[in-house]
Design a protein around this ligand. Structure first.
Ligand SMILES: NC(=O)c1ccc[n+]([C@@H]2O[C@H](COP(=O)([O-])OP(=O)(O)OC[C@H]3O[C@@H](n4cnc5c(N)ncnc54)[C@H](OP(=O)(O)O)[C@@H]3O)[C@@H](O)[C@H]2O)c1
Length: 280
């Protein structure tokens, strides 16, 4: 397939492009410097020019806390920008895969969210990503909406690197233990996305690594085998501008049936990622 990938310079984009190319797809990766998705005229010109078989839309405003003080910017990129991409896709009948987030849920459930559960985002970021989902559903019939969570991977500032850095500097590690979810490596997510786009089974999917933990458990696993200690704290002891869901584990049943294999446990993905670091 000829794939047009937005957000190619981002953390997921950098893992996804090589993964798709290894599978024989030709990937045209674009970033903000090539195309600002909030400019409809440019989007409308770019799409027929590149004429892809599929658009993977990973570009987004992703600063969850900053979005609380600049909602216009978050909605401009994640809502309006996404609408620009999907309107241009609809005109040319090009299918699209949209990356979305576990933050579309409110976290009040105590069992994994299925793709049929109602959304009720708590943060501006979550609301703006949901606006993007709605734009996709409004304009397209051939789409995948893929919700994922707690991403980390090579080529991006992320929780794993932050924790490792703090431990290296012998900084005290106090990490929240009352928010539950599934850490997900961009490398294993890329493999799932590559499997999904081969199916043409359009719809909404949840794609994360397997298993459940909280941020403190995640930090302890990152530092396993070191002397560093991680102290659990409550969210209220570490207030942040954006409210996160208390529980945002995603049920991956439809993904697993569609791609024909289970997802990798989060601990295994993390180990693979940490091994990459120790090799380089
Ligand atoms: N990271 C997570 O934990 C997480 C969790 C769930 C879902 N997701 C979703 O997964 C996708 C990929 O996330 P990520 O972590 O790879 O994000 P990221 O590293 O922040 O990358 C996002 C990319 O989008 C680009 N972008 C922002 N505004 C743009 C615009 N107006 N026009 C064109 N490009 C623009 C950014 O460019 P600049 O850097 O130049 O601004 C950046 O390269 C996003 O849709 C995100 O919402 C992420």
């Amino acid at each position: 397939m000829k794939v047009l990938l937005t957000g190619a310079g981002g953390m997921l984009g950098k893992a996804l492009a090589p993964c798709l190319e290894e599978r024989g797809h030709s990937v045209k990766g674009i970033d903000k410097d090539d195309l600002d998705i909030t400019n409809y005229q440019h989007v409308d010109e770019m799409l027929p020019y590149t004429n892809p078989d599929l658009v993977i839309h990973a570009a987004a405003y992703t600063n969850v806390d900053q979005a609380e003080s600049e909602p216009e910017a978050a909605f401009l990129t994640n809502g309006y920008g996404t609408e620009n991409i999907v309107v241009a896709c609809a005109k040319l009948d090009i299918p699209l895969l949209y990356l979305s987030t576990d933050y579309v849920f409110d976290g009040q459930q105590n069992h994994p969210y299925s793709t049929w559960d109602p959304c009720n985002p708590l943060s501006i970021y979550g609301k703006s990503k949901l606006a993007g989902e709605k734009a996709v559903r409004r304009h397209l019939t051939k789409f995948y909406i893929v919700r994922t969570s707690w991403l980390y991977g090579p080529n991006g500032r992320n929780f794993v690197n932050t924790i490792q850095e703090l431990a290296r500097q012998n900084k005290p590690l106090r990490v929240v233990s009352d928010q539950w979810g599934s850490p997900t490596c961009t490398l294993s997510l890329a493999e799932c996305l590559a499997g999904l786009i081969a199916t043409e089974r359009w719809g909404i999917y949840h794609a994360t690594d397997g298993g459940v933990t909280n941020w403190c458990g995640f930090a302890r696993e990152i530092l396993r085998g070191t002397a560093a200690e991680v102290q659990p704290i409550a969210t209220k002891e570490f207030p942040r501008p954006a409210t996160r869901p208390k529980y945002s584990v995603l049920d991956k049943t439809t993904l697993i049936h569609t791609i024909g294999r289970d997802v990798v446990p989060w601990e295994e993905s993390l180990r693979n990622y940490l091994d990459l670091g120790s090799l380089s």
